[in-house]
Write a protein that binds this ligand. Structure first.
Ligand SMILES: Nc1ncnc2c1ncn2[C@@H]1O[C@H](COP(=O)(O)OP(=O)(O)OP(=O)(O)O)[C@@H](O)[C@H]1O
Ligand SMILES: [Mg+2]
Length: 287
């Protein structure tokens, strides 16, 4: 059923059947000095309410571009993005983002970085600081409340940014490689914590990662993308029981999911590599 039809059926109340987020035929081209490039081509999928969905694909396949479109930071694309069955243009208050690159405010301490969304929402100082402290604890930064970003490591700054986005309490959370700057242990712990929060709040969550095991452990579904132009290659339903503890990682079913996604990705990644290796050597083509 189409989302707008679902809305009509549901009448004035909640759009029960509507997906939380729908990406409909999104194509994005960029003009570059070397001519136009197609970053995304006819990308379509929908995300259910409360679903944890991961995007995985080779570097440069358009994952961040897609998040920037959904988050309202990038326009000039074909297709539509719908939240609760309604097409959106620009930013939407239900959507919160954690960026791939660092995004803390250098002039604010950890506490005031995390409390920022609450401050803009008009929450009083005592309450927003109390809430920010909880989130800071959650990402393992207690003791660093009064430090500035320049006094912390890249991974600590990234955790500050994650806590700040959680303070928004977005209904739809987009996280672009939030764990990339973290060591393996912190990554696992923080991944577990985020999963706990997500399961408790049933927050609709989209994650970009290059880590296949992480994708399988956290997700309800994994969207595998092709190398340029970025298209949906396959959507893998991860049918593993929840809650998912780290024990699941050693199960046979887990290993099969990882192997099958790796198989898809290897094809795409090798294309990406051979293309960039060949580029400096490429002679003018004859056709
Ligand atoms: N503003 C822009 N202008 C021109 N080209 C761009 C722009 N932003 C992205 N691109 C190009 O679009 C393609 C997709 O980029 P994007 O950052 O979305 O990839 P990605 O999948 O997030 O990669 P990675 O895994 O390395 O983060 C790349 O070829 C990139 O060079
Ligand atoms: Mg990216």
């Amino acid at each position: 059923m189409r989302a707008d039809a679902a809305l009509r059926v549901a009448g004035k109340g909640e759009a029960v059947d509507a997906a939380a987020l729908m990406i409909e035929g999104v194509t994005k081209r960029f003009a570059t000095a070397d001519g136009p490039i197609v970053a995304l081509e006819h990308v379509s999928f929908s995300v259910r309410q409360g679903e944890f969905l991961t995007l995985i694909g080779p570097s440069g396949c358009g994952k961040s571009t897609l998040f920037n479109i959904v988050g309202g930071l990038l326009g000039g694309y074909d297709g539509r993005v719908l939240v609760d069955g309604r097409a959106i243009a620009g930013s939407h208050r239900a959507i919160g983002m954690v960026f791939q690159e660092e995004s803390t405010f250098p002039w604010r301490t950890t506490l005031d970085n995390v409390a920022f969304p609450l401050e803009t929402a008009g929450v009083g100082k005592a309450e927003r600081h109390a809430r920010a402290r909880e989130l800071i604890k959650l990402v393992g930064l207690d003791g660093f409340e009064n430090r500035y970003p320049a006094e912390m490591s890249g991974g600590m700054r990234q955790r500050t940014a994650i806590a700040r986005t959680l303070a928004f309490e977005p209904r739809i959370l987009l996280m672009d490689e939030p764990f990339a700057a973290l060591d393996e242990q912190t990554r696992l712990l923080l991944g577990d914590k985020l999963l706990q929060i997500q399961q408790a709040l049933r927050q609709t969550t989209l994650l970009i990662t290059h880590n296949i095991a992480e994708a399988v452990q956290l997700s309800d579904r994994v969207v595998v993308m092709t190398f340029r132009p970025g298209r949906v290659k396959r959507i893998v339903e991860i049918d593993l029981p929840r809650p998912r503890t780290s024990e699941i990682v050693s199960s046979a079913a887990f290993g099969q999911y990882v192997a099958s996604i790796w198989n898809d990705l290897r094809e795409e990644a090798s294309q990406g590599l051979s293309e960039s290796e060949a580029a400096p050597l490429r002679r003018p083509s004859h056709h």
